[in-house]
Design a protein around this ligand. Structure first.
Ligand SMILES: [Mn+2]
Length: 357
């Protein structure tokens, strides 16, 4: 029997951090499309249940069109049970405002609730300040059953007092859990919980910002009479990719561009790309960041971030008796940070040369 574990879809996210408003709208639709595509995958592959481990929506404000599409998708796939646990972003408004809930949309609440799917018992609880310390003692799972537990929060191994979003892994050991389906962290992670079970974050379905780089998708659980096999399925329409490039030792900008363009060839143009320049460069290197961005325009989105640092050593200018040399020596001797020294020298030199700042 098959079950999907997903989480952190954050439907209706604004997506405006990097993108133009047109692309932000498009990306917003794509996240919803990926949710629908996942449900089609489930229908085509005889998946019996989809566990949504929180943060289906980004905030309590949900547009009507998104609500209608989600409800339609659930409603027209009656063979699939949707087991939904609210996350810290959901605020329960989706469920509480529904006039009629599709019969296959099953919702966990603030007490332990257990749903049966085939031979599997799936238990979950929405954490809050009142229940977060008591959930461990009140969880009783039978050793001879296959048990999945659903939670949304940050794992920790210690008992932190009142933080409702903390999940104490130590206290979940030896509780007869076979698979702990987690939401909250946007990256896939699967580790052993104890001798019997594993804990797993599915990660989000689509990355939104460059803090969510790499493959995104869901976890497919394949369950027989005794055990659960869990496999990550990459499913995102687009990935966010960061390409770090060290420019140390280059004295020609065009060589840097060529090398970056060469490296970018292995990245699909459907992805969002961030190129980060690292390392140190010398004053004679003339950088053309915007030109590089234009040359990488085939990507769905591209930005070049310059984190490289100007390297001017005192000995480079010790014999320079011009105003320029005197200026650089003064800056290098100052108490400024390396980054501030770099900026000051660049601005100062441009000004000495009479260029626009
Ligand atoms: Mn989330």
């Amino acid at each position: 029997m098959k079950i999907i574990h997903c989480s952190d879809l954050h439907l209706d996210s604004k997506m405006e951090t990097n993108l133009s408003s047109i692309k932000a709208k498009e990306r917003k639709q794509e996240i919803l499309n990926t949710f629908e595509r996942m449900v089609s995958y489930a229908a085509d592959n005889d998946v019996e249940a989809i566990i949504i481990a929180g943060d289906l929506f980004d905030s309590s404000r949900i547009t009507n069109s998104t609500k209608v599409r989600v409800l339609n998708t659930i409603g027209k796939n009656k063979k699939i049970k949707f087991l939904y646990l609210c996350g810290n972003h959901d605020e329960n408004n989706f469920i509480s405002l529904l006039e009629e809930r599709p019969s296959n949309l099953l919702v966990f609440d603030k007490r332990w609730t257990t749903f049966e799917v085939g031979n599997v018992k799936i238990s979950g609880i929405t954490l809050d300040e009142n229940n977060c310390n008591a959930i461990y003692d009140s969880l009783n799972l039978k050793p001879d059953e296959i048990n999945i537990v659903v939670l949304h929060g940050q794992i920790s191994s210690y008992n932190s007092k009142d933080k409702a979003e903390n999940i104490n892994l130590t206290k979940l050991k030896n509780k007869n859990i076979d698979y702990l389906a987690l939401g909250h962290i946007h990256e896939f992670l699967k580790e052993n919980l104890d001798k019997r079970g594993v804990y797993c974050y599915s990660g989000c379905l689509e990355g939104r910002g460059f803090d969510e780089c790499g493959e995104k998708g869901f976890v497919l659980l394949d369950i027989d009479e005794k055990s659960i096999k869990a496999e990550f399925v990459p499913f995102a329409k687009r990935q966010l990719v960061e390409l770090a490039f060290d420019i140390t030792g280059f004295d020609n900008w065009f060589d840097i561009e060529d090398a970056i363009i060469e490296q970018s060839k292995k990245i699909s143009k459907d992805n969002l790309l961030k190129v980060t320049l690292k390392g140190k460069y010398e004053i004679k290197l003339d950088k053309h960041i915007e030109m590089l961005e234009q040359k990488l325009e085939k990507f769905y989105f591209v930005k070049v971030k310059d984190e490289s640092i100007l390297s001017v050593k005192p000995k480079d200018v010790e014999k320079d008796i011009s105003l320029r040399g005197e200026f650089i020596r003064k800056v290098l001797e100052s108490n400024l940070t390396d980054l501030e020294k770099e900026r000051t020298i660049l601005v100062g030199l441009k000004s000495l040369l009479g260029e626009d700042l």
